[in-house]
Design a protein around this ligand. Sequence first.
Ligand code: 1CP
Length: 335
Amino acid sequence: MLLLDACNKQPTQHVPVWLMRQAGRYMQEYRDLRAKVSFLELCKSPELVCETTVFACETIRADAAIIFADILLITESLGFKLEFAKNHGPIIHNPYNASHAFPENDIRTDYKYLSESISLTRAELPQHKALIGFAGAPFTVATYCIEGGKSKDFAKVHHMLHKMPDIFDLLMQKITTATIEYLQLQIDAGANCLQLFDSWVGILDSSTYEKHILPHVQKIFQALPLDIPTIYFGTRSKHLLKSMLKAVPTVIGLDADTSIQSTWPSLNYHPIQGNLDPLLLLEDFSVIAKQVDRILSEVNNRPGYIFNLGHGIVPQTPVENVIRLVEYVHEKTTR
Ligand code: 1CP
């Protein structure tokens, strides 16, 4: 599989491409489906997950599919009441505090639907296309548990981390243990590669990251089998990349603010993924092509590179641009 070869720094016939949030709201077919089923119902229906995942991958002709799920599903087995409210985003109705009761749940039972979704999807996808499983990294998941949903300033998170570090750490430990089992379940069901999304880690400075967050992320990557490549991605994480690499993911994701040219050498050419600004996909294709050319010239044909965006596709993105983007990267990099 092209994606796995690139993760392992092997030469590939062209640069592999997949896009974060490639199966979602920018597609009419997805919106039509969501008019009939709620987001959580969709996540928990293996046939629909398989259809959504494979349809998106085939429509845009990506080299890999990412299983349709969400980083917050894990919170349900930790005793949080999760809701995806219409036009509001995720809500946790019982935000984390010192008296939170963590239930003794079994991940294999709670996420049987995910296991089934992955085996169905793996069977449906062409052999040469990798299926990516994923989870939220402990800090990013913890932010939703503590804030009760999305947050602008993460005030409660900062408060707990600095004023009640033991309570914060207990939550991190519980998420970490659950995440290891959750990722192992995805491997057993047929996932070929795993991505850990640390979307909000960039709000931390590097010493806070190294002290309170890194040990948990390290534990996750250490627990996983060596033959399944891993990708660790954070946004606004330019100042943390060297610390994040201490967790030893196979690949490190770069966000759109990070320059490949000036950053890659300092990471000793560790395999990277990224990093076209997703907002560029709203522009004319000539504008997109120019930025793709710039990225590819910075990569300069080195192995260990996966093309992706610097963050997820935004809902207003024209599907046409996404299709052309994948095609363009393939054409430009075919050996
Ligand atoms: O239909 C809908 O309106 C629900 C919107 C939606 C979708 C399509 C949510 C709610 N999650 C998802 C799917 C999803 N989420 C995928 C599946 C694959 C794909 O779309 O191709 C993945 C990989 C995610 C990951 C995810 N969820 C992240 C990490 C990536 C990132 O963008 O930083 C985060 C932070 C979430 C939380 C979440 N779930 C949903 C929303 C709207 C959010 C973000 C809320 C916020 O801004 O804080």
